[in-house]
Design a protein around this ligand. Structure first.
Ligand code: MN
Length: 203
């Protein structure tokens, strides 16, 4: 008798406690966003890929190949995994330091960290509807800011995603209501620059 092993996608564990990102992201928002929204994308994807060629693929492979519901759910899982693992508690926050390769690249490509943050926030604020704003690196290591609608990920454009902000209303409505720009400004307080630098340097 043949044994078939089916790999199911699972909900990622958060690298901080449920209250760990307060006051920037409340326990309530985190509970809904991670425990309900992301869990639903995981459950949906596992149902949609059962018995298909996608069952044996990584999230990155699915995102680069699939369309429709499979793309949407896989994209949202990949995007949220990158989103939730880029944060650290406010008390542990550090700014990008000059010795980090990511800081040097930001200064080279945007002029300064402050200019980068302003451009990134503007991209997040002007993205109409639901989606994600991204900092990515191209094949030569040049940094670019892009807006992706819905479940989009810059991987599909050949870019390496480094940092992202979720501008779907579910990411901020309980804490900020309609004030998307205020949320984007606040999120810098919990960005873990060591993690962004690690992604930038990773092959
Ligand atoms: Mn979200």
């Amino acid at each position: 008798m043949q044994t078939i092993i089916i790999m199911l996608f699972t909900l990622i564990q958060l690298p901080y406690t449920a209250e760990g990102l307060e006051p920037v992201i409340s326990k309530e928002t985190l509970s809904f966003h991670h425990g309900k929204h992301l869990q639903t994308y995981v459950d949906n994807l596992n149902k949609l890929i059962a018995g298909t060629e996608y069952e044996s693929m990584s999230l990155e492979q699915i995102v680069c190949k699939a369309q429709g519901g499979i793309f949407n759910n896989a994209g949202q899982i990949l995007n949220h995994n990158l989103y939730f693992t880029q944060f650290a508690p406010v008390a542990q926050h550090t700014e990008p330091t000059e010795d980090m390769a990511i800081t040097q690249a930001i200064v080279r490509d945007f002029g300064s960290v402050e200019a980068f943050k302003a451009e990134f926030e503007k991209a997040g604020t002007t993205l109409f509807g639901s989606g994600w704003v991204w900092l990515s690196a191209d094949k030569d290591g040049k940094l670019v800011i892009t807006q992706e609608p819905n479940a989009g990920n810059p991987l599909t454009k050949g870019l390496k995603p480094l940092l992202t902000m979720d501008v779907w209303e579910h990411a901020y409505y309980l804490d900020f209501q309609n004030r998307r720009a205020a949320q984007l400004t606040a999120l810098w307080q919990i960005i873990n620059w060591q993690e962004i630098n690690r992604r930038f340097l990773a092959e």
